[in-house]
Write a protein that binds this ligand. Structure first.
Ligand code: FPP
Length: 246
């Protein structure tokens, strides 16, 4: 099993259009798929699940859609709080959380606090998230530390850089799924996905079922992960600071 699965949940709008519904109905249906995937991760023992729920670029969508997504997120947080506590789920979030509406941010922070000691599945929501922005802010953190004399430029290693990212203590994703047949990363976990296995499903996110998730995990299990080494050498992920690229 992958320790960390990351998902680009795409296709809510197209799903809605095919049903002659408004885009927001697609997002509502997408929430059901979120719940299915969270339950399946718990069931099969995946430790981390990162969901791309709202990108930096998504702020440019029509204001009604942005509002509806934020309201949906708030309802999700409110209604899933108890479930997360009961099921030992830890909630995390990555992104420019300051941009979120205050009630959403407050709900998020409260649940992250309430679930921080949980030891089961970690659900990480990427909200107002952009990987380039994340990398730029990490560079800023490190530059400030150098400027303050707390860090030597020679100590800026891949590990030090990774620690300055929003994902700081979350392991890199092993398996990255994108739904709706698009072959793009769309500014998602660009640093962290260096060695992730990629899987593109033609299914639109609201139709993504437990059965399809399980079959995607089987595909993952059939992949040979070499991390730049040969088949004979393959094993665990490399120490990126010392790895030979390939
Ligand atoms: C992409 O589909 C999806 C989003 C921008 C939002 C994802 C949100 C959810 C799945 C809703 C619930 C999430 C949580 C965490 C409660 P799209 O709108 O770009 O689809 P399209 O490409 O077909 O237009």
């Amino acid at each position: 099993m992958p320790a960390h699965v990351a998902i680009i949940m795409d296709g809510n709008g197209r799903w809605a259009r095919r049903q002659n519904l408004g885009r927001i109905e697609g997002h509502k249906q997408g929430r059901q798929a979120v719940e299915t995937v969270v339950d399946t991760c718990r069931e099969v023992g995946i430790a981390y699940l990162t969901l791309y729920a709202f990108s930096t670029e998504n702020w440019q969508r029509p204001v009604t859609e942005v509002r509806a997504l934020m309201a949906l997120l708030q309802r999700y947080l409110r209604s899933e709080r108890q479930h997360m506590l009961e099921k030992n789920i830890r909630l995390r979030a990555i992104g420019d959380l300051q941009r979120l509406p205050v009630p959403v941010r407050a709900a998020l922070e409260e649940i992250m606090q309430a679930t921080q000691a949980n030891t089961g599945l970690t659900v990480c929501l990427a909200l107002s998230y952009g990987a380039r922005e994340e990398i730029v802010q990490a560079a800023r953190v490190l530059a400030t530390a150098v400027q303050n004399g707390q860090l030597d430029p020679g100590d800026i290693t891949e590990q030090a850089f990774a620690r300055a990212l929003w994902t700081t203590d979350i392991p890199d994703p092993d398996f990255l799924i994108r739904t709706s047949g698009e072959f793009r990363l769309s500014n998602f976990l660009l640093w962290q996905s260096a060695y992730a296995e990629l899987y593109v499903s033609e299914t639109l996110w609201p139709d993504f079922t437990r059965a399809e998730f399980l079959s995607a995990l089987e595909v993952y299990q059939s992949r040979e992960r070499r991390f730049g080494r040969t088949t004979e050498q393959r094993g665990s992920p490399p120490d990126l600071a010392r790895a030979t690229r390939g």
